[in-house]
Design a protein around this ligand. Structure first.
Ligand code: HSE
Length: 402
């Protein structure tokens, strides 16, 4: 019998209980063990809830119970989740988490404690919700040198951008509607400013390099400056706009970035809409592979947490290999990264833009006050210098190369 404790009885925590109870027979067969939810830690009481009697308020009850060998940390936030996870691992209890903030900030340390104590720190649910992506990187793609990962890793912003694309609406309008429907948080900053996607690409990049990619070093830009007009231009170019989180292992250095990109209809990520997420991975032997599914939500995320519980049950007293060392990766300054840009300037700046950018492709959608164009391939620095020379622009969006 595997005795499990769930930390945090919110959306994901209650989902973990629901997944285990709904699919108990199959899960136990696959785990080759019986599962028992012994405790649920929460500050609140849940009168009338079927699991009311399992709720405890003191973490020490769980920590000091030798029967509990697996802990599902679904609290979110760094503190006290970090202290709780660390204490559990030091006590030899495995931790399965959905907490991307914690994995991105303390992943290598917690993985290394798990290794010393012959238990596990597993985090399939921390990126892409229910999409299996951590396990493929750790197990299935181990014969590959992965040279790029491009992901749509945030459901809220993908929902907003999809709506803007389909309905021609502006950002603020769609955000308000998404908040009213409960799709976007009341404080949407972490999603719309790209911070959530930044944590997630830091985790994937670390697994890609087997070393630590610090999220603080990843250039991050959100979607708040994207307008309905940008989508009019995108449509004219047979493109859409997506918030992409990407990392590239190039000979010039390791680049990572979160930013809105224009993306062609022919790219597989073009069709990833609404709250769905996808991760597009390129390996030097396999070529491209893509992982797609529900990137957020109670049951998809909980399903991924429980898959980690099954992994722990299958490997009692053993650490499932995870290649993520503490050594930091040098993340290159994006100034030297190269690409094409879509640019909108005031019509009065047209001559200056032509002089500064030389060969460019005009995009005309009949907005008289503007001159819009696509640049040639150039570095971020070259682009910024030219934009500065012409006195700024209305907006600019990077273009994903095919
Ligand atoms: N706020 C996140 C999203 C939840 O919208 O994708 C899942 O991590």
């Amino acid at each position: 019998m595997i005795h499990v404790a769930v930390l945090g009885y919110g959306t994901v925590g209650s989902g973990v209980v629901e997944v285990i109870e709904t699919n108990k027979k199959d899960i136990e067969k696959r785990a080759a063990a019986r599962l028992n939810i012994k405790y649920i830690l929460d500050l609140r009481d849940f009168p009338g809830d079927p699991y009311e009697s399992k709720v405890v308020h003191d973490y020490n009850v769980i920590l000091n119970d030798p029967e509990v060998t697996v802990i599902c940390e679904t609290m979110g936030g760094v503190h006290p989740a970090y202290e709780f996870s660390r204490q559990a691992l030091l006590a030899g209890k495995s931790v399965c988490t959905s907490n991307k903030e914690l994995v991105a900030s303390h992943g290598p340390e917690l993985i290394s404690i798990a290794r010393e104590k012959h238990c596990n720190y597993l985090f399939e649910a921390s990126v892409g919700g229910g999409i299996p992506i951590i396990r493929p990187l750790n197990y299935s793609l181990t014969a590959e040198k992965i040279d790029s990962i491009t992901g749509i890793l945030n459901g809220t912003t993908n929902y907003i951008l999809t709506k803007m694309d389909k309905e021609g609406a502006d950002f603020e309008e769609v955000l308000k509607e998404a908040q009213e429907k409960g799709y976007a948080e009341k404080n949407p900053e972490a999603d719309v400013e790209g911070y959530d996607a930044c944590r997630k690409i830091a985790i994937l990049s670390s697994l890609m390099c087997s070393k630590n990619v610090r999220y603080e070093e990843i250039y991050t830009e959100g979607i708040t400056k994207i307008s309905a007009a940008d989508f009019v231009y995108a449509k004219q170019m047979n493109k859409s706009i997506k918030l992409l989180a990407m990392s590239r292992d190039k000979k010039e250095g390791f680049f990572a970035m979160v930013a809105p990109f224009m993306i062609s209809r022919t790219h597989p990520l073009y069709s990833v809409n609404d709250v769905f997420n996808a991760v597009y991975v390129h390996g030097n032997m396999l070529g491209d592979s893509m992982y797609y599914g529900r990137g957020a939500g109670k049951l998809p995320t909980a399903s991924a947490v429980v898959s980690d519980v099954v992994d722990c049950a299958r490997h009692p007293g053993k650490t499932v290999m995870c290649f993520w060392e503490n050594e930091d990766v040098k993340v290159a300054d994006i100034e030297s990264d190269q690409g094409k840009f879509f640019v909108r300037v005031k019509s009065g700046q047209k001559e200056e833009a032509l002089a500064a950018f030389g060969s460019l492709a005009e995009i005309n959608v009949g907005i008289a006050e503007e001159f819009a164009f696509m640049t040639q391939v150039m570095t971020e620095k070259e682009f910024n210098d030219r934009i500065e020379k012409i006195g700024g622009c209305i907006n600019r969006i990077r273009i994903l190369s095919a």
